[in-house]
Design a protein around this ligand. Structure first.
Ligand SMILES: [Zn+2]
Length: 287
């Protein structure tokens, strides 16, 4: 388990070899990547990158989008990387890809409900703890041990997580990029999810796992407590939603360390000042 200080992005190469791609060299397209890696064809570069990743991704594919590129493998779709890129930026991209491949493999290893039952309903805590990079003891002490799998493909309006888990008091869902929480709805939102006679609704918004530097127990606990309790920053005066973010101005040294309800407003305030933003309807106001 790694639990050290978060390394600031771009200060440490984890996958890219410094001898191959020296610091200071900037690449402005896929052609430039081919030159850096001494590859003639895109397929050679894809093979090279697949082989350089710690977690075997199987096949890796690159889409050349001109001023950006996209890398994917089945089940793991990355965001578009804008050129030009430095070695450190490409390293960040490969690192996230590699971590998401690892998470995807762990999620694929979780049992579905039928095989879980057939196996005598074993505790999911060891696998969930591994996913969140903690120990089973810490996981149980914080989030309990009553977790069970749910066979769901889709719940809510916008999310498509691959794995759902029920803790008895909340439903948590993951894919290799995001986490989603569903909380007891007290009979509201009958269209969503009913378990043991209780309805559950999607709580607020999805959390990007990578915003906080990867999945962790602390991160999920914070996310859960925020979403389950709701109203961390009040309710929207326009639509009543409690998916309210606290807008910060200025540039924090570590934007990745923001709590889930915090958002960045940038350095320059334009228009009417506001420090609250409704994620549901977009309304802004001053608390
Ligand atoms: Zn609103």
């Amino acid at each position: 388990m790694e639990d050290g200080p978060i390394v600031p992005r771009g200060e440490l190469l984890r996958i890219v070899d410094e001898a191959t791609w020296p610091a200071g060299r900037v690449v402005d397209g896929v052609d430039g990547l081919l030159r850096v890696y001494g590859c003639e064809r895109l397929g050679d570069l894809e093979d090279y990158l697949a082989g350089s990743l710690p977690e075997d991704p199987g096949d890796v594919f690159i889409i050349d989008e001109g001023d950006s590129m996209n890398m994917y493998r089945p089940g793991v779709a990355m965001w578009s990387l804008q050129f030009p890129v430095t070695a450190a930026e490409f390293d960040d991209y490969l690192f996230e890809f590699d971590e998401r491949v690892t998470l995807e493999k762990r999620l694929e290893a979780f049992p579905d409900v039928q095989s879980w039952r057939n196996d005598g309903e074993p505790s999911l805590v060891p696998m969930l703890a591994e996913f969140l990079r903690t120990t089973p003891q810490e996981f149980t002490a914080t989030l309990g041990d009553a977790w069970r799998p749910l066979d769901l493909d889709w719940v809510g309006s916008s999310s498509h997580p691959t794995n759902f888990f029920w803790s008895g008091t909340a439903v948590v869902a993951f894919d290799n990029a995001n986490a989603y929480i569903y909380r007891p709805a007290g009979g509201r939102s009958p269209n969503e999810l009913v378990l043991d006679g209780e309805t559950y609704e999607e709580a607020g918004w999805a959390a990007e796992i990578w915003r906080g530097g990867g999945p962790s127990l602390d991160w999920l606990t914070l996310f859960l407590s925020t979403q389950i309790s709701g109203e961390r920053r009040g309710r929207c005066p326009s639509c009543g939603s409690d998916a309210v973010t606290h807008v910060l101005f200025g540039m924090p040294a570590d934007p990745g360390g923001l709590a889930p309800w915090m958002s960045l407003g940038g350095c320059v305030v334009d228009g009417a000042p506001s420090d609250r933003h409704c994620e549901t309807c977009g309304y802004r106001w001053i608390a």
